[in-house]
Ligand binder design. Sequence first.
Ligand code: KIV
Length: 278
Amino acid sequence: MERKKVTPVDIQAMKKQGKKITLLTAYDYPTAILEDRAGIDIILVGDSLAMTVLGYENTLPVTMDEMISHTRAVARGAKFSLILGDMPFGSYNTSEKDAIYNASRFMKEGGADAVKLEGGATVKETVRAIVRAGIPVMGHIGLTPQMMSMLGGFKVQGKDAQAAQKIIDDALALEEAGAFSVLLEAVPDLITKRVTERLRVPTIGVGAGKYCDGQGLVVHDILGLFDRFTPKLSKRYVNLSELMLKAFHSYIEEVAAVQFPTDAHSFHIDAKELNKLE
Ligand code: KIV
């Protein structure tokens, strides 16, 4: 079957059809090519790149310009997956005008198909304004890393009835504001189940159990490329750090032992030409 570009409407249709949605982060061209080729539905250019790629302690320092540059690289690599630009800290909370301006930059300069932003009922008017400007928005509730200082660290959210009710209310507020989908991070599975049953739009879970309409993970975690810590919510499918380290050691050893380069990796001049040299 001929593959078509995934749109927010397709993502919504998947919920109705009972087809699980897949989301992975990517921050560069080669990873985007492979995720696209593998058939990932949504590629999120997450602000997690602040930590996984740029080496910051948390996601707060990453700028709009850095996010746009990485989104553009991903858009050059992915032909079919929906490309989701993650609005960084400070890019949508200052005013609705700033939010629309920055969301538009993801589309115009970054080549994104939609944007994601963190927050529930408190950002619903921002979501409404961006959607009215013609830009599809995915909400992000539960653990919202940009609010880490307020939440007191990377903690599961919604563990008591009051906090769980807030998650349900936040999800409903985002849907009402026009979000095409809602991502729930680090939320107890039975709360996600309630949210998924209540919403018409699809839920994507990141550490939110099996009842979501789709699942999302950070690519560096599943590839074993980020070892500062391994979140419980993730699964490491391969240890690329180990493979890369092995390759780097082999290279160093072969250069030291003059085993690399061999003739096969070298360029040669014809002996006749060589003899003409003084
Ligand atoms: O920035 C990111 O990678 C995210 C995921 C955790 C969903 O928001």
